[in-house]
Ligand binder design. Structure first.
Ligand code: GLU
Length: 544
């Protein structure tokens, strides 16, 4: 027998973001803390047929798996869209008992009622209209679209919130009949969540603060349906460090800010951006000047191309963003756990097992949580430093799977292990990828940064290029191609000519990478091997 059954119930209308992941994590930790007496279940709340997508569901499951938040009902995953008949049976029964009724107002009629309330400065409360039997017959005969509303008994409601540690109260005067079935015949969130929490035997519901008052609707329905009431806890809101509420729109906001700067810097107009991005000028004009407008993903990437903004410059919001940018899932979990919870005693870095062992509801705070990106980066840096090479090989493999366009995806596990040891001290796996991807680009596809070429090869009458030509022949004749032998050969060359090693190392670096950044040069040469090294130097010299 399980004593604690928790669930995560995402709506697949978008990808999993940090807020959702934090909710999933807390529900998972609460269940896992109980060991065999705990269960964590997953339910896909896809009753919004227009906004739910299969792709979002697939990505959601993948993101949860990546985080290691495995659910205990893999063979009986609940999809609400497949349970329409179950809900309707219960709704019909409520209608038969006059605990629910069909309501025929159109949305414009409801809007008018709302506006009237606004004009009279009172809160809009829906009142059940009295329909004559004739009216009902007529509506039925003309198949008039309708919703079903729950006839909510008018009385004071209250429930205990175990996170906020207080009673949440709704006075009778604010109670109104809410919709439980939409015109398309699907149940609303309020209805399906109550039925499914009961059928799945959920004992504890942890979810975001935005659902706090929804819970009043839920307890009223539970009472009518004679379901047990789970324990409820609503989690702290997640804020950015600048005090704004963290939101999926933060990425769009950043793109807009950068686009505005770009317009000023280059003295361009929104029409120029639209033309360069092949988008409708009116759409871009609206978006640039109106913070409430949002671009979709393909529009975002078209604009980012125009203003030269990289994916990795945007603030990560989705779990998938963190994966693509090279965070370790165990570090992200550790960080997410601290968004509103702490085990006491300033303890911060914890393994997943420690989180499971230490997690309790009483450790969840009541105030807002702060999403401190610098802290996450520091956690990741430390975790990357401490992790054994084989863990990092596995993590790098996962990173390149999430970034299939990276040349590093061509590396073998053995090569990845060498790169990891060559370049410790990284903050994200993306940094390792960026510093080492040149190894995996074909020799004749290295792109040369003009500034690096100018400074290290052309300057002072092509001094660097002249060194590079001489070194090329030395490298061609080094007997053993390994880092110590290469270092020895170049050190003797420098000693003969009383040169500083940097003077010759930089031209080589530019020739093999196209830039001035690489892991330690001799290890890089060893890794690249003789053939590629010489091919790149020859090509670089021929391009000068
Ligand atoms: N589908 C709801 C959401 O994603 C679930 C809320 C709940 O946990 O009850 O917000």
């Amino acid at each position: 027998m399980s004593n604690v059954v928790t669930r995560f119930a995402p709506s697949p209308t978008g990808y999993l973001h940090v807020g959702g992941a934090r909710t999933a994590l807390f529900a998972w930790l609460l269940a896992r803390h109980e060991g065999l007496a705990g269960k964590f279940l997953l339910r896909i709340e896809d009753t919004d047929l227009a906004r739910s997508t299969e792709q979002a569901t697939v990505q959601l499951l993948e993101d949860l798996k990546w985080l290691g938040l495995h659910w205990d009902n893999p063979d009986s995953l609940v999809y609400q869209s497949k349970r329409k008949n179950v809900y309707n049976r219960i709704i019909e029964d409520l209608i038969a008992r006059d605990l629910a009724y069909k309501a025929y107002e159109t949305s414009s009629e409801l809007d008018a009622l709302r506006k009237a309330a606004e004009r009279e400065k009172r809160t809009f409360i829906y009142n059940r209209p009295t329909l004559t039997p004739d009216q009902v017959r007529q509506y039925e005969s003309e198949n008039r679209p309708h919703v079903v509303r729950f006839s909510m008994p008018v009385k004071d409601y209250s429930f205990r919130d175990v996170v906020l540690d207080k009673d949440i109260v709704l006075p009778a005067g604010q109670v109104q009949d809410f919709v439980i079935r939409k015109t398309d015949g699907m149940p609303t969130y309020h209805f399906a969540v109550v039925v499914d929490d009961a059928e799945m035997g959920i004992t504890h519901v942890l979810r975001g603060q935005e659902h706090l008052l929804n819970t009043i609707n839920h307890i009223a329905l539970q009472h009518a349906l004679e379901y047990p009431r789970p324990t409820y806890g609503h989690l702290p809101i997640i804020m950015n460090t600048d005090g704004s509420k963290m939101s999926k729109r933060d990425r769009d906001k950043m793109i807009r800010q950068r686009a505005q700067t770009w317009l000023k810097t280059y003295k361009k107009s929104p029409e120029d951006i639209a033309a360069a991005a092949s988008l409708a000028p009116s759409r871009i004009n609206d978006w640039i000047s109106d913070n409430s407008k949002q671009l979709d993903l393909s529009e975002q990437s078209a604009i980012m191309n125009v203003i030269d903004l990289q994916e990795s410059d945007l603030p990560e919001i989705l779990v998938h963003d963190f994966r693509k940018n090279g965070y370790l899932p165990e570090t992200l979990l550790n960080f997410l756990a601290l968004l509103g919870w702490n085990p006491g005693g300033n303890r911060e870095r914890m393994t997943v097992d420690e989180l499971v062992q230490l997690f309790t509801i009483s450790g969840i705070g009541k105030g807002n949580a702060r999403f401190d990106r610098a802290k996450l980066l520091a956690f990741n840096t430390e975790a990357l430093k401490e992790a054994p090479t084989d863990r990092l090989v596995q993590a790098m493999r996962d990173f390149v799977n999430a970034n299939p366009d990276s040349p590093t995806s061509r590396a073998t596990d053995e090569q990845l292990a060498t790169l990891i040891d060559m370049k410790r001290g990284i903050r994200t796996l993306r940094e390792l990828d960026e510093a080492t991807r040149f190894f995996f680009i074909p020799d004749d596809a290295i792109a040369y940064d003009p500034a690096a070429v100018e400074k290290n090869l052309n300057k002072n009458n092509n001094e660097g290029a002249a060194f590079l030509r001489e070194i090329r022949n030395i490298l061609a004749n080094v007997a053993d191609w390994n880092a110590p032998a290469l270092e020895h050969a170049l050190q003797s060359y420098c000693a003969q000519r009383t040169l500083n090693l940097g003077k010759v190392a930089q031209p080589i670096r530019v020739a093999i990478t196209g830039s001035t950044i690489s892991p330690p040069i001799f290890q890089s040469l060893e890794f690249l091997a003789r053939t590629s090294t010489l091919a790149r130097i020859d090509r670089c010299l021929s391009l000068l």
